[in-house]
Ligand binder design. Structure first.
Ligand SMILES: [Zn+2]
Ligand SMILES: [Zn+2]
Length: 232
């Protein structure tokens, strides 16, 4: 962990002396995602709580083996993530990464991946935004866990429409075939890969990546995400 610094909480402005600029009361208000499907991260219905996977994953399992999402994509997570992506608030990436690390340290049995793969942006979007938010979130996590980041594994060969206004079916179609492996050889030695994404909505992006990786021999693909959105 980094040094303790005196700063102002990014949400309420109160002064904080912590490694991150988030006060404890604000942090405790975060909408923790408990009781979610272990495979896709979807919140499980209460009636369903004895099961560890949702009905959809039970009926037709995806290529993703497990998903760990910290929070519901609601206030204030939507604010923190939107500000990171569209208002260059890169400090938020460090906050989100530290929250993720804290949660990960509680997940004792989870074995760690060989490499971390931030969901790649298309180069046009990368140029426009100036950074990849998933990479910015992945960086401190990878450093702390001493796991490499797979920057040269996969690229987005086709620019996709922004997914925000699409239905689940449209998202699946929109993302199909949009990734490609850069060099097959760079995957060698990686049996277990974790995809890092800021928000998981339908899981179609992660699933598309997982299908591609598994075709090339990767055995286990997981997802680490800050928040889980749900399309109503
Ligand atoms: Zn605060
Ligand atoms: Zn599921």
């Amino acid at each position: 962990m980094g040094l303790f610094l005196k700063s102002a909480c990014v949400l309420c402005g109160d002064s904080v002396v912590k490694t991150i600029s988030l006060c404890e009361p604000c942090r405790q208000d975060f909408p923790i995602l408990e009781n979610a499907c272990q495979q896709c991260g979807l919140p499980l219905e209460l009636a369903n709580e004895d099961h560890s996977i949702c009905g959809q994953c039970f009926k037709s399992p995806t290529a993703v083996d497990y998903t760990l999402c910290l929070y519901h994509y609601e206030i204030p997570l939507d604010y923190l993530i939107t500000e990171l992506k569209y208002n260059q608030k890169l400090a938020h990436a460090a906050i989100l990464a530290e929250l993720f690390l804290a949660r990960l340290s509680e997940e004792s049995a989870e074995n760690l991946p060989d490499v971390i793969l931030p969901v790649p942006l298309h180069k046009n979007r990368l140029i426009k935004r100036g950074f990849n938010q998933s990479l910015e979130i992945a960086r401190p996590i990878a450093k702390q866990l001493d796991i490499p980041i797979g920057l040269d594994l996969v690229r987005r060969k086709r620019q996709t429409r922004t997914q925000t206004d699409l239905t689940a079916v449209e998202r699946k179609k929109n993302i199909r075939g949009c990734f490609e492996i850069i060099k097959k050889e760079s995957l060698s030695g990686y049996d277990h890969i974790v995809i890092v994404d800021d928000v998981v909505t339908t899981g179609s992006t992660a699933n598309e990546l997982a299908i591609l990786l598994k075709k090339l021999g990767v055995k286990k693909v997981g997802v680490w995400s800050i928040a889980r959105a749900v399309i109503k």
